[in-house]
Each structure stands twice: as structure tokens, then as C-alpha cells.
Design a protein around this ligand. Structure first.
Ligand code: SF4
Length: 261
């Protein structure tokens, strides 16, 4: 994507949503860390339902440690993989209390040492809790960046590095949330809603998804054509029936890049 188009892309994102943020509910860096840790393979909505129960009871590392694994599980059992997430969160809280005075560290290496916290979670915390211009590449950002042609890559890390170079500096802080929300609500995985996408003219993805109803019109047109009488043909000599040409062009199929792992 050309530099001028990248600027235009993010101007449009900003005009539509000047202050984008996470849909996870949190009030402190620790609540955000806990919510992101719990959100792996779960929806933000589901995590919010659980943390509305949990945080009024325990919203610091010391208080969650005091709950113990079973006490924590009781509050988060509506979230997928809650048993392993409870173990990770308890161990993370132990490290936060023992090594960081109960505070969330502001550096990547310390964050990534916490059980259940990988590069993506560390990037979310650094960006959203501490205002660092990091890029947390989840499945939505990975897909949208590749489709748009903004930053192409076969792994989340390659896309993250591409985005850090491609996104103009003035938009870097908020780019992560704009791209996630765009992927979640417009540029969906199975069928991107290109017909209502404000970025359609800048996007490299083809073929674009037509508006509902447009697709339904095509078979009708064909059906109408098919209902016309066939033109009269000259009689063919009695030879072998025609077969499909050996060189039928291969149908081009739309494919997204998938992460390797
Ligand atoms: S035009 Fe379609 S593929 Fe491109 S960003 Fe918009 S929704 Fe996604």
C-alpha cells in the first residue's frame, strides 16, 4: 500500500472512531492484564461477564492469590479453558507479588515471563495500559493487515514488524484497536463485508464481497438467458461427442494467508 493510501486509511479510521479502545472492561493495569490473560480463545463479552463477578471480590495480585486456584475457578468457570487459565493467573500473581511489589511491570521481558502471557498479551498491556505504540497482532489484525495489503506476512511476528514500519507514526498508538475492531465487525473472517467497508477503494483484497442481493441477481440473469431458445446449430457430422477441453482454466480461488502456527 502506498504511503499516501496508508495515511488516508488511518484518517478514515480516526474519523469514524476518534478514541478506539479495547472491549474488555478494566480499571487498572492489573485488571487489564488479568482480563487479557483470560481472553485467550474466549470472547471479550464472555470475559467481561466473568470479571464483573471476579474484580469486585479480587482485583489485585494479592487478593487473587488469597482466593487460591479453586476459589478463582469458581469465579471464572464460564470461560473456556478456565482451569488452566486459573493456574496461570495464580502463578502470574505470585510472581507479581514476589518480584514486582504487586504491580504490573512496564517492560516486555518481565511481562513475557509471567505464565499465560505471550508477546500478544504483553503488547496489549504495553499499548492499552501504558500507552506504548506496540502492535498486538491477533487473528483479526493478522487477517485485516494481509487483506488490505497494509502489512503482509505469514506469521503474526512478521505482520507486527510490517505494521510497525507501515503505520504512520501519528496513528501508531491507536492502530491496533482500529484494525481489531475493523476485523471483528466488517472485515470478518469467513465473509468480509466489503460492500459496506469504508476502506474498500484502498484495499488490495479481491474479489470484493458484493452487497447482499447482488449475488442473488446473478443466477436470475443466467436463468433468464438459459430460458431463451437455443440458437439453431448446423448439424454436426457424426463424430465422437465433444468432451471438456483438456486445458480447462483452473478456477482462481480466493485465499487468505494463514499464520503458520
Ligand atoms: S474491502 Fe473487504 S477485504 Fe478489504 S478491508 Fe474492507 S472488508 Fe476487508
Amino acid at each position: 500500500m502506498k504511503p499516501v493510501d496508508r495515511v488516508e486509511l488511518f484518517k478514515r479510521f480516526r474519523a469514524a472512531n476518534p478514541t478506539p479502545t479495547t472491549e474488555l472492561e478494566y480499571a487498572t493495569p492489573f485488571e487489564l492484564l488479568a482480563a487479557v490473560l483470560l481472553s485467550a480463545q474466549a470472547t471479550d463479552k464472555g470475559v467481561n461477564i466473568a470479571t464483573r463477578r471476579l474484580f469486585p471480590v479480587a482485583n489485585t495480585p494479592a487478593r487473587i492469590l488469597a482466593l487460591g486456584v479453586e476459589g478463582l475457578e469458581a469465579h471464572i468457570r464460564t470461560i473456556g479453558l478456565y482451569r488452566s487459565k486459573a493456574k496461570h493467573l495464580i502463578e502470574a500473581c505470585r510472581i507479581l507479588v514476589d518480584e514486582h511489589g504487586g504491580e504490573v511491570p512496564r517492560d516486555r521481558a518481565s511481562l513475557e515471563r509471567l505464565p499465560g502471557v505471550g508477546r500478544k498479551t504483553a503488547n496489549v498491556v504495553l499499548n492499552t495500559a501504558f500507552g506504548e505504540p506496540t502492535m498486538a497482532v491477533d487473528t483479526h489484525i493478522f487477517r485485516v493487515s494481509n487483506r488490505l495489503g497494509l502489512a503482509r506476512g505469514k506469521t503474526p511476528l512478521a505482520v507486527e514488524e510490517g505494521l510497525l514500519k507501515a503505520v504512520p507514526a501519528e496513528f501508531l498508538q491507536d492502530a491496533h484497536h482500529w484494525l481489531i475492531l475493523h476485523g471483528r465487525y466488517v472485515c470478518k473472517a469467513l465473509k468480509p463485508e466489503c460492500w459496506r467497508c469504508p476502506m474498500s477503494d484502498l484495499c488490495r483484497y479481491t474479489p470484493k464481497t458484493p452487497a447482499p442481493g447482488t449475488q442473488a441477481a446473478k443466477p436470475k440473469a443466467k436463468a433468464k438467458a438459459a430460458s431463451k431458445p437455443a440458437p439453431r446449430r448446423a448439424a454436426k457430422p457424426a463424430t465422437k461427442p465433444a468432451t471438456k477441453p483438456a486445458t480447462t482454466p483452473a478456477r482462481r480461488r480466493r485465499r487468505d494467508v494463514q499464520p503458520e502456527s
